[in-house]
Design a protein around this ligand. Structure first.
Ligand code: ADP
Ligand code: ADP
Length: 229
């Protein structure tokens, strides 16, 4: 699904690498936690997968394609196969829950009748049946993150990238979000989650890849958070 071969990313000439000869392979159906202190290269990894940034050297393979060589016009097609979720939810505040999810289907060219059935299905999957008409500010933080997850998953992407998805949520709400991500993973989606949440990593016991100064310093099956706290 994702393979980094000797990937180095240097943002500015002379700066130290954000990723330094990183080798990381993630297979279909895996659930992977990316951990490491702030500045260790987690976001850079996610940006390279999405081709928001381009590697300075090395090969970044995503869904069988070398995205470092991918032409610019093919990037939107790549991104449609990858769902993304962030710490700050990134919902459109002036739009209802329905419209926030529907927009993801409009950009992929779905018909109005498809949208009318697919949006409630996605909301049901995340436990938000009947919340279609709410505005984001009427929802709790956990509910807003569920809307963001419904939007990320409504096009059935093969990969879900989550950057600190529980960073703004209390521990109980975070656990609910994790059981949802676990469910999504069990139904076949590859999930990569960057996090500082040691309790969650220690509870889930999934694969843990730890970065430090742009290098992989640990890659552990059924791992724990470890590292800096
Ligand atoms: P993390 O997500 O683990 O906090 P990042 O990937 O954001 O780490 O950062 C890795 C390094 O790259 C840091 O030194 C950071 O300052 C630098 N960096 C990240 N993004 C940029 C950018 N857009 N321009 C310049 N430097 C950046
Ligand atoms: P939590 O205690 O988990 O943060 P809230 O108390 O914010 O949750 O919300 C509880 C329920 O009330 C949710 O289903 C939410 O959608 C609904 N709700 C919250 N605020 C509003 C509002 N201003 N208008 C309508 N419904 C709301």
């Amino acid at each position: 699904m994702i393979e980094f071969v000797n990937v180095t990313k240097i943002y500015q000439r002379g700066a130290k690498p954000a990723l330094d000869h990183a080798n990381i392979g993630i297979e279909k159906g895996e659930f992977v936690f990316l951990v490491g202190p702030s500045g260790s290269g987690k976001s850079t990894f996610l940006s390279l997968v999405l081709r928001e940034e381009r590697a300075t050297s090395g090969k970044v393979m995503v869904l069988g394609r070398d995205v470092t060589r991918m032409s610019r016009w093919k990037v939107p097609q790549l991104r449609r196969q990858i769902g993304t979720v962030f710490q700050d939810f990134r919902l459109l505040e002036g739009k209802t829950v329905f419209d926030n999810v529907a927009l993801a289907l409009q950009v992929t060219g779905h018909s109005r009748s498809d949208i009318r059935s697919m949006v409630p299905e996605a909301l049901s999957m995340v436990g938000l049946d009947g919340k279609e008409k709410r505005m984001p500010h009427e929802l709790s933080g956990g509910e807003q993150q569920r809307v963001a997850i419904a939007r990320a998953m409504v096009n059935r992407p093969q990969i879900l990238l989550a950057d600190e998805p529980t960073g703004n949520l209390d521990p109980t709400t975070s656990l609910g979000i994790m059981s949802l991500l676990d469910h999504i993973n069990r139904t076949g989606t590859t999930v990569v989650m960057a996090t500082h949440d040691d309790e969650i990593v220690d509870q889930m016991r999934m694969r843990v890849i730890e970065l430090r100064d742009g290098s992989v310093i640990r890659d552990q099956d059924r791992g724990v958070y470890g590292g800096l706290r």
